[in-house]
Design a binder for this molecule. Structure first.
Ligand code: 13P
Ligand code: SF4
Length: 321
């Protein structure tokens, strides 16, 4: 297809999406890792905490979650009477996959007397085994809010868990899970970039490995990286997280330079979350039109899982997050 024709067809799809979202009273939510075109058409773009907060309070009849499956599940758990759609049901998460509920339950049973904290990147079944859910935006505050002598199990991200241990002084018991995208960043290449751009600051997501976090000037969630770069008086940043965040970084800071941290493998687009990128404008249009794929959660699982997410939202509100 020529560039002109493809632009025309994209324009048509956008028109159709705009008609359908009004007709069906649908709220379109998008994560920062979505393609630029999806971010631009969404009602709200945010990190996983913000997506959960919007899903919990929306008055719309329908929610379309342009993100990955656990984000859709979280929305459905919080808003069970709304129809929750996702453009591609195969949009999973390697971190959530690294923590099967049965194995996590066995781990909890082997370590009785622990408060169970789970990162939001988990299935509904894991959230149902959890006392409090956290995201990378609120994990530190939520863990700090617990009495100092609390024994804690933290799953599934060992990198976020060990980072939280280091900044809170806790000794949480960690599940051995990780994100395949954030584990790929090359320390050597990041340090080479730092030599090339000596004034650049390194901003890293806490899902990165410890040795990347140790050289970072700022460690935080996607929204925290965005805020840090936007508030900073500096102009150059090396960004160690999924590259989709570049769109909003550049949009809010057109005169600043953002360099994507390179992965170990030369030939690989490893700083792209292939799950996130399964969603496309066309699939968004089709899912609004056909009202599928729909996210469903077993009611027995939901009633257990909702408590751990609501606890997170309550503590976050206390901290103004
Ligand atoms: P945020 O909570 O920072 O949006 O991170 C979500 C995620 O999946 C990171 O890989
Ligand atoms: Fe999951 Fe990693 Fe993709 Fe985030 S970037 S959604 S943690 S696979």
């Amino acid at each position: 297809m020529s560039v002109n024709n493809s632009l025309k067809s994209e324009k048509k799809i956008i028109e159709q999406i705009n008609l359908l979202r009004r007709e069906k009273d649908a709220l379109i939510l998008a994560h920062f890792y979505q393609d630029a075109a999806i971010q631009d058409i969404a009602d709200y773009v945010g990190d996983s905490l913000a997506l959960a907060q919007w899903a919990a309070k929306t008055q719309n009849k329908m929610i379309v979650m342009c993100g990955v499956h656990f984000m859709g599940e979280t929305a459905k758990i919080l808003s069970p009477y709304k129809k929750v759609l996702i453009p591609d049901k195969e949009a999973g998460c390697s971190l959530a996959d690294s923590c099967p509920a049965d194995d996590f339950e066995a781990f909890i049973n082997e370590n009785p007397g622990h408060t169970v904290i789970s990162y939001v990147n988990t299935t509904a079944a894991v959230k149902a085994l959890t006392d409090i859910v956290v995201t990378s935006s609120n994990a530190k505050q939520i863990i700090d809010s617990l009495p100092e002598d609390t024994n804690i199990i933290f799953g599934p991200d060992k990198n976020l868990g060990s980072y939280i241990n280091s900044v809170t002084g806790r000794k949480m018991l960690l599940w051995d899970g990780a994100c395949h995208v954030h584990e790929q960043f090359s320390l050597k290449k990041i340090l080479e970039l730092k030599e090339e751009y000596p004034n650049a600051q390194i901003l890293a997501h806490p899902e990165c490995r410890k040795y990347i976090l140790e050289v970072a000037d700022h460690v935080g969630s996607t929204s925290s990286i965005l805020k840090y770069a936007t508030d900073s008086t500096l102009n150059e940043f090396i960004i160690a997280t999924e590259w989709g965040i570049m769109h909003e970084l550049k949009k809010q800071n057109p005169n600043k330079t953002f360099i994507a941290a390179p992965p170990e493998e030369e030939e690989c687009v490893c700083n792209e979350c292939s799950y996130m990128k399964l969603n496309t404008l066309k699939k968004l249009y089709l899912c609004l039109k056909n009202e599928e794929p729909e996210i469903t959660v077993d009611e027995n699982v939901r009633v257990k899982a909702v408590k751990s997410i609501e606890r997170m939202l309550e503590i976050s509100a206390q901290y103004g997050l």
